[in-house]
Design a protein around this ligand. Sequence first.
Ligand SMILES: Nc1ncnc2c1ncn2[C@@H]1O[C@H](COP(=O)(O)OP(=O)(O)OP(=O)(O)O)[C@@H](O)[C@H]1O
Ligand SMILES: [Mg+2]
Length: 280
Amino acid sequence: MSEARPAQAVLEARDLSFGYARGRDAVFEKVSLEVAPREIVCLLGGSGCGKSTLLRTLAHLEAPAAGRASGQIRFLGEPLAAPHPRAAMVFQQPGLLPWLDAARNVGFGLGFARQPRLERARREQRVQDALAAVGLAGQGGLYPSQLSGGMAQRVALARALAREPVLLLADEPFSALDAITRAEMQDLLVELVHRWQTAALLVTHDIDEAILVGDRILLMGGAPGRIVREWCVPAQRPRTADAAAFTALRLDILAALHTARAAGTAPAAPVSSPESLPHD
Ligand SMILES: Nc1ncnc2c1ncn2[C@@H]1O[C@H](COP(=O)(O)OP(=O)(O)OP(=O)(O)O)[C@@H](O)[C@H]1O
Ligand SMILES: [Mg+2]
């Protein structure tokens, strides 16, 4: 037997189903997925198929009692019973508090109940390290109104990093940015994942983004949503979206996305095994 898989997944979901209320249709059903240490998994799917709901459920931000949830989530091998301090979310909008400067926004939340207790100096250091990691060293005194959209999203990324996450859960974090800033942020995310040794589950609408950033791509579709296809991305880095190695993959994903959308009202077949395309 091959022992290629890492010993323990950072995140593991088994047969996860969720609906917002009893008696209403499930948003997604029987979703199983894993994220390995230092792996970037991209979650693609049409609008409304349940990607954000799945991500929030995986972060334990959707209270199961308020809706209808079943299945198992394990984080670092343990059943997840509450949001975990080392799973950090990044959203499409930075969500910075306008009355706090960038550094205080980054540090905000480090003192919350579920966070490990940190001395003030250690906390400060984490904030400065996180700001430096996203290219904002020395700019912690700027207020959100003084930041460009890209800088604000860097602060949001720093706020997540300050928790020293082993998993970043990111919901279309770059989709509100212009193309050049988005490309910079995609590169930054890959660099941070490697340098900070975290893993990432990234929800995106953008096939090229998934190919540029992901180690693996999951496609969600159907109603209720399921993971309907899975691809391993050729491991070469750095990547450019127009590289010939990715053309076949892009076309395959696009066709699968269309099929998943067309079948949006029909139950989707469960995924079989990951597919990988040969390198050029
Ligand atoms: N708080 C909520 N209460 C009730 N229903 C909700 C809530 N949030 C989302 N939904 C419903 O759940 C379904 C999935 O929504 P979700 O936002 O997870 O989709 P998505 O795949 O992230 O879409 P998009 O790509 O547009 O962001 C939709 O039908 C949506 O209307
Ligand atoms: Mg969404």
